[in-house]
Every structure is written in C-alpha cells, then in structure tokens.
Design a protein around this ligand. Structure first.
Ligand SMILES: [Zn+2]
Length: 386
C-alpha cells in the first residue's frame, strides 16, 4: 500500500511482517462513525499481503479522522439529549447483551466466587455492572480516557475508583480483563494486548469482544475502526502479544467475535499461513454487496415512497446513499420509535401505514429474519440483494 507520497509501503498492524495492499474501490465509499454519523468518503482500507488482516493504515489522514470523530463524540452526545441510550449504541452492547455475553463467559470458564476484574474502556460502566450481576463477589475497576462517567461507574457495588489514563498505569493485577468494543479502535492493538497480558494474574483471563465484518459488511464502513477483525486476525494479534487462545466464538453474540485468551506459557511463533487471498476476495464481495444494496434502495426510491428499517450504522449509511429520499425510518426499539432521526419520523412496526414499503437494508441473514417476523398484510418489508 502506498503512503501519502505514493512511494512507500505501510506495515501490517497485526503481524508486523507484511505490507498492506489497498482495497482500491474503498476510497469512493461514504463512511459512518461508530456513533452513527455520516462521514465523507476518502478513507483507505488495506489487506496485509502476508497474513490477510484487514485494517485502515494508521496514516496521518486516519489519525486526523479519528481525532475529529472522537472530539465531536462528546458534542454529539450532549446535543442528543439521550446520553445513555446513545452511549450504549456506541459501545455496541445494550445492557441485556452485556449480561448475556458475560454469563456465557462465566459458564464457559467457570469463574471463582471472588476475584478482581478490569474493564478497559468502561464508558458508563455497562460491562462492569453486568459483570457484577453474573459474578457478585468480584471487585471491579474500569479505565477511561476521561472521567465523564466517574460517579456512575463508582456507584456500582464493589467497584474501585475509576482509572483515567493509559491502562498500563493501573495498579495491581487482575483475574479477568475485559475489553468490549474497544480493540477495533486501537491504533496498535498488539501493543495494548501485550500490556493487558502483563496485568493478568497467573491463570488470569482476557475476554475480547469485537465486531465481525464477515457477518456484517457495514462494519467496514466505520471510519474510526482501525482493525476489522476475523477469528484468524484476532487470534494472530493475541498470539503476537504473548497470549494463548482458549476460545473464539462467532455465536455468543450475533455479528460479533468473542475471544477468551490467557498468557501463553512459552513464547510461540506466529501462526504460519494466513488468509490474504481469502480476505481480499471477502472484502471485494462485501463492498460489491454494499453497493448493490445502496443501488436497490435508490431504485425503490425512484419508484415511490420508501421507508428504511433501522437507525444504526446500516440505516445511517443507506440514508446518506439515498440522498434525501427516505420517507421514514422503522425501528423496533421503543427508545427510538416515536422520535425523529435525520429529520425523518421513526415509526414502530405497528404504526407503519398500510401500503408502505420498508427496505430492510441489513446483512441478508438478519434481514430474512426481520422480514419473516414482521410480515403483515399491507406493508411490504423488502429484503436486500443476496
Ligand atoms: Zn499482517
């Protein structure tokens, strides 16, 4: 992959040994931020020629983008007026899913009755609160880059004072460290994972949760995600950081990867092989599908009024792709229906008028479930292209 002068080669942030090949048709795609704002085209996406890890090169343009995105995150939250709902949308796991994830983890590893856990990038404490529900005897501590949610986090029972600053500065060691929807944002994921490994007790466990782009192509459009992980690339990053994988699950939470790891007893070489060809093919297929999906929505808008299902990443991106031609949104979340989004009303399925068409622009497997579930006489729920 060329650097800004077009002459250099950028190193892979996962294996360190390969260089990045740019996905050339990515730059022309509009993007979205992880807090669901439209973001202009111009990003760069690369695939490591050696290991196949998919990532944004951490060049000046990317660093400038993420600085601008994170600076306006706060402004956006304050303006939105529904801070907690927005924050949970940003972290990607509403409270109920945090409990489901941590309960699955607890049953998988068999947690002791007591211990000490650290949540990296704890936000308003959703993961810490959920951990307290599934392991009530544990003490807990969170880290963040500011203390906006300090009182909320510290009000959770058995929770130590919030640590504001780099995770390497947190005192002591931990029996469990969780990192939920954080690693994909980090510029040097291997270095941070190595720091976390050094914070684990002997026998301590890491739980990492990230989006899984093969199950959700829209994830590739998120401007502030540095890494777009697969089971292979996340395992590779953990191995490079001196960890041993215990479990990689694609089914603990839909469209996400849940990985449990522990410190490796002996330094192991990186896994051989890698998947550069498969990764390039998969990305090309995902981008082609995203374009077909946007085309389909524009065709529908050309032939009459159309609504759009969902008000998160996919809905935000598709609405921008369709210009101002979306009549309304449909959302099953009662916290979102009845409001407006991007200047359009958000309807619950029950309030969609007879004769309406609603485009379900989500990954085909997800869309099929929604179209089947919401099928009703008089309202056409339309699936995306295959
Ligand atoms: Zn690589």
């Amino acid at each position: 992959m060329a650097d800004e002068t077009g002459t250099g080669e950028e190193a892979c942030g996962i294996c360190g040994g390969g260089t990045l090949e740019e996905v050339l048709n990515y730059r022309s795609l509009q993007r979205v931020t992880s807090d669901c704002r439209s973001w202009p085209a111009g990003g760069r996406l690369g695939v490591c020629r050696a290991c196949g890890a998919v990532q944004k090169p951490a060049d000046d343009a990317f660093l400038t983008d993420i600085e601008a995105i994170y600076r306006s995150y706060t402004i956006y939250h304050q303006a939105a007026g529904a801070e907690q709902a927005v924050f949970e949308q940003v972290s990607g796991l509403p409270a109920s899913r945090s409990v489901k994830l941590l309960d699955t983890f607890r049953r998988y590893v068999g947690l002791n009755a007591t211990g000490r856990m650290l949540d990296v990038g704890c936000g308003n404490g959703a993961t810490i609160r959920a951990f307290g529900q599934v392991a009530p005897g544990w003490t807990k501590v969170g880290t963040e880059f500011d203390d906006k949610y300090r009182s909320e986090v510290e009000s959770i029972p058995l929770t130590e004072p919030l640590h504001v600053g780099p995770v390497g500065e947190v005192a002591g060691t931990f029996d469990v460290i969780t990192m939920i929807h954080v690693l994909e944002h980090i510029v040097d994921p291997v270095a941070v994972l190595a720091t976390l490994r050094g914070k684990l007790t002997p026998g301590g466990l890491l739980l990492i949760e990230v989006p899984h782009h093969p199950a959700n192509p829209f994830e590739l459009l998120i401007a502030d995600h540095r890494s777009h992980f697969t089971a292979d690339s996340l395992s590779r990053a953990l191995t490079a950081a001196g960890c041993e994988i215990m479990s990689v699950a694609e089914n603990w939470i839909p469209k996400e990867l849940s990985v449990v790891a522990r410190p490796a007893v002996a330094q192991r070489p990186a896994a051989p092989g890698g998947e550069p060809v498969a990764a390039r093919d998969r990305i090309a297929g995902s981008i082609a599908w995203l374009r077909r999906t946007a085309d389909r929505l524009r065709e529908l808008a050309d032939t009459g009024s159309v609504g759009l299902f969902g008000t998160s990443i996919a809905g935000t991106w598709l609405a921008a792709e369709a210009g101002d031609r979306i009549g309304f949104f449909v959302d099953e979340d009662p916290n979102r229906s009845g409001r407006s989004y991007l200047g359009r009303p958000v309807l619950s399925p029950a309030t969609v008028a007879a004769g309406s068409r609603v485009f379900v622009g989500l990954p085909p497997a997800v869309a099929a479930g929604i179209c089947g579930r919401l099928a009703t006489p008089g309202v056409a729920y339309l699936a995306p292209p295959a």
